[in-house]
Design a protein around this ligand. Sequence first.
Ligand code: CA
Length: 222
Amino acid sequence: MKLLLVEDEESLRRPVKYFLERNNFTVDEAGDGQEALDMVDTNEYDCILLDLNLPEVDGIEVAKKIREGKNLVPIIMVTARSQVYDKLKGFTQGADDYVTKPFDLKELVARINAVIKRSSTNKEENLTFGDNTVFPERNLVIDNKKGKEISLSNKEMGVLQYLLRSKGEIISSEVLLEHVWDREIDMFSETVKTHIKTLRKKVDPTKKYIKTVRGKGYCINC
Ligand code: CA
């Protein structure tokens, strides 16, 4: 699951990013509203944590612009306790939930999972390949034929999920790096190759479903 954390105060942003990463999220950071909007344009996020008080373009404006772009990514607005936050205004401008600073980090993770779950139920996705059913939130694949549960790492699940959602299309390593890893990843690394290898070993040892298309990328069910 990939998140965008929008917060102008680095001293607040860093520990939240660290905690979220330890809870298996991939986290990109933006320090102001405009940077957030640029990143939403070029990346696909599962959820955005949006500070209300940002310099230049504030949180309400950012949420509004994201929705104007027909982007339905779940947004959690983060507000200061001292602030009289106009909840109604936040919700009508596109926020799905809000938390008040200082917030409990565990509570924040629960809220994030809840909004992501709501939005994915809306999409009514049923991710399967062969006899396998995929449960992204639990990082789990169930082999229905053998009745076996297979645990994946966060990134392995990210790759699998992205390929499945692409419905047989060939996806390049660059695109996978962009969608599954955060911005700090080296675009020339062998990371994707390594993860495809471990993913296959776990869920597709006979290479029946996950195909490598030389010079182009990877696909599943293709
Ligand atoms: Ca702020």
